[in-house]
Write a protein that binds this ligand. Structure first.
Ligand code: DC
Length: 645
């Protein structure tokens, strides 16, 4: 796929579990590699940039083991990489090439570092200058000032403080700080220009301290690493959720009203990008801070307010603000963001070009961008993403203005957040919930509505049916709540075309038998079973949208569904429909028994303590007693159209 069509989105609400922070993941990996002892890192981000770091460390001989579930073990090499000669490919990962260049330059081997062509346009000269001042041997093998680089062993000596520029990228300082403890004599770094992106340096200092190395900081001017400090593994470490990634979801909640909660970062986060929430607050958003979450909702009244802010401290999350500016009540100015020009792409130029496509008036300068929103967004714009994950992620928010937007090359998000669009869909993709009693026709209607809209389809009843069948096959009693819930949690079920498979077996017809219908109704009354199936059902919510049928789609599973329909028919008519279905399939059927069964099942579904079958207050009633399927589909589509879907 080389583009993603996002539909017009009008709602964003729910909870997102964040992937691990890129900045923390790559720093922890390098520090763990340089340390004495073994470190276990939990919740490591799995993305292109962390894979680049993992691969490079493995190539220079660091023992790295995946322990499963985002946990990794790193065997520290105590400052000496076992492999003394290697070619390292760094992709476009700035958080990998900069610190590795410094660490390798002080470790006495022969290494060659290169990346993708954009990486060879991203400056590294200030760092190389800093390293040369202490005698390191780092050479440019392409253009001076840029990768690729060749590193050779050299006698390193620290006579005077290292003088380093801080106004192009804070990663140069981060790289030197992390590498210098490899030299026992201690070191001093003096900034010759104003240091930008300071919160990222704080992350560095914070993580170095966890590995036992303290840096004395005098303002943001002078950094002293006292002699004789070595990195020591702290044992087990945990990576916080990515605060830059949080910005997209928080902004979505603010643009559409929310609430949207991100889990994995909170008020004690060590990442500067959590301050993005303050910028949203300036725009009138309402923010709530927890230990492990941040929640955002729109202003109590009126539009988002225009802003004029210095965003030097949150350069990455600031991109999200530039897109949020499309929803403000006037001209928004983002200042002191010159570093955008040397990131994955020239982000000031890229941002200006793409915002203009949507109708905004944009002024750009060397270190600022000003965005004046148009009264309405231009629909069906194709956004170019410049191989920049953040361009793809932040422009997805334009769809929240209620216009369809196309994101080209959406897979570029894999640099830091491979599942970004699925996560966004879980809070923003439109859901049509069709609930109702057995044999009301909701399955057929839902499937046809999904086909008409090009949406995904979830038959949630089949999950309860599959659970009952799995329990019967495994000889687990249907009232053994823990046993059945265990099966439901790991249900080996898949849907392929029109077929439903259980552990590879085609059970499409088997789960429609009366025995399984009764069994499904029993297991569906068990709270632990319902809980075990919840996340699985929510994961069906993907772009461009979902039609889900069941009993509690609108009440429990997708409470924010944009359309909620309660589809029903008299018990007699439903029994007759089931009777005809069974006869058509050549299955035995008895009208009287079917009616009695249906009534018993309705009663059980309606009386159970969790998610009982009932019409939600906000659901539209469609009574199909007098309708055929076509009429029922037309009735639901009429409701859907009112929502402009
Ligand atoms: O829709 P169906 O007849 O295939 O559902 C089978 C059983 O599962 C039915 O007794 C109700 C239960 N069910 C439920 O409790 N919640 C859902 N969302 C879907 C079905």
């Amino acid at each position: 796929m080389n583009h993603l069509d996002l539909p017009a989105l009008t709602l964003a609400a729910g909870t997102v579990r964040l992937p691990g922070s890129k900045s923390i993941s790559n720093r922890m990996l390098l520090l763990a590699a340089l340390a004495e002892g073994t470190t276990e890192i939990r919740d490591l981000l799995d993305s292109d940039d962390t894979r680049v770091m993992l691969a490079a460390l493995a190539k220079v001989g660091v023992g790295i083991t995946a322990l499963g579930g985002a946990t990794w073990r790193v065997e520290g090499c105590n400052g000496v990489f076992p492999v003394r000669d290697a070619d390292l490919f760094m992709g476009n990962a700035g958080t990998a090439i900069r610190p590795l260049t410094a660490a390798l330059a002080l470790s006495g081997g022969h290494y060659r570092l290169s990346g993708v062509s954009r990486m060879h346009e991203r400056p590294i000269g200030d760092l190389v200058d800093g390293l040369m001042q202490i005698g390191a041997d780092v050479r440019y093998t392409g253009n001076p000032g840029f990768p690729p680089l060749a590193i050779h062993p050299a006698q390193v000596k620290l006579a005077a403080p290292i003088r380093l520029r801080g106004d192009v990228s804070s990663q140069f300082l981060t790289a030197l700080l992390m590498a210098l403890p490899l030299i026992d004599s201690g070191a001093v770094i003096e900034m010759t220009t104003e240091l930008i992106s300071r919160p990222y340096v704080e992350i560095t200092l914070n993580l170095m301290a966890r590995f036992g190395v303290e840096v004395r900081r005098e303002g943001w001017q002078r950094f002293t690493i006292p002699a004789g400090q070595r990195y020591r593994s702290p044992g087990v470490l945990h990576v916080e959720g990515d605060a830059s990634a949080a910005s997209y979801f928080l902004a979505a909640g603010v643009i559409c009203g929310g609430p949207v909660r991100v889990e994995g970062v909170g008020r004690n986060s060590i990442q500067g990008d959590v301050r993005f929430a303050d910028a949203l607050e300036t725009m009138g958003a309402r923010i709530e801070w927890g230990e492990q979450y941040i929640e955002a909702r729109g202003p109590a009244a009126g539009k988002l307010k225009a802003f004029d802010l210095d965003l030097n401290h949150i350069p990455d999350a600031a991109m999200t603000l530039a897109v949020a500016a499309l929803f403000a009540d006037g001209r928004c100015v983002l200042r002191n963001i010159a570093s955008w020009r040397v990131k994955e792409t020239d982000r000031i130029a890229a941002m200006a070009t793409e915002l203009r496509k949507l109708g905004a008036t944009v002024e750009e300068g060397a270190d600022f961008i000003a965005v004046t929103p148009a009264s309405t967004l231009i629909p069906h714009v194709a956004i170019d993403t410049y191989d920049d994950h953040r361009m793809a992620m932040c422009f997805s928010l334009a769809a929240l203005g209620g216009v369809p937007v196309t994101i080209t090359d959406p897979q570029c998000v894999k640099k830091t957040f491979p599942d970004y669009f699925d996560a966004l869909a879980e809070i923003a993709a439109p859901v049509i919930a069709i609930d109702g009693p057995s044999a009301s026709g909701k399955g057929t209607v839902a499937e046809r509505v999904a086909a008409a809209l090009g949406y995904h389809y979830l038959d949630s009843g089949s999950l309860y049916r599959l659970t009952a069948l799995a329990a019967i096959r495994a000889a687990v009693a249907l009232d053994d709540e823990a046993g059945v819930a265990g099966l439901a949690a790991g249900l080996p079920a898949s849907f392929e075309g029109g077929r439903i498979l259980l552990a590879g077996d085609n059970v499409t017809d088997a789960i429609r038998s009366e025995e399984i219908s009764v069994g499904a109704s029993k297991v569906a009354a068990l709270p632990a079973v319902r809980a075990a199936l919840l996340a699985r059902q929510r994961a069906y919510r993907r772009f461009p949208g979902l039609v889900a049928d069941g009993r509690d789609m609108g009440s429990v599973v997708f409470p924010t569904a944009v359309v909620k329909v309660f589809l029903t028919a008299s018990a007699e008519v439903r029994a007759e429909r089931r009777y005809k279905q069974l006869i058509a399939k050549g299955m035995p059927a008895n009208m009287h028994a079917l009616l009695q069964d249906l009534q018993e099942r309705d009663a059980r579904d309606a009386q159970r303590s969790v998610a009982p079958l009932r019409q939600c207050d906000d659901a539209d009633l469609v009574d199909t007693t007098e309708m055929n399927i076509e009429a029922a589909v037309a009735a639901v589509m009429a409701i859907v159209r009112q929502q402009r879907l």
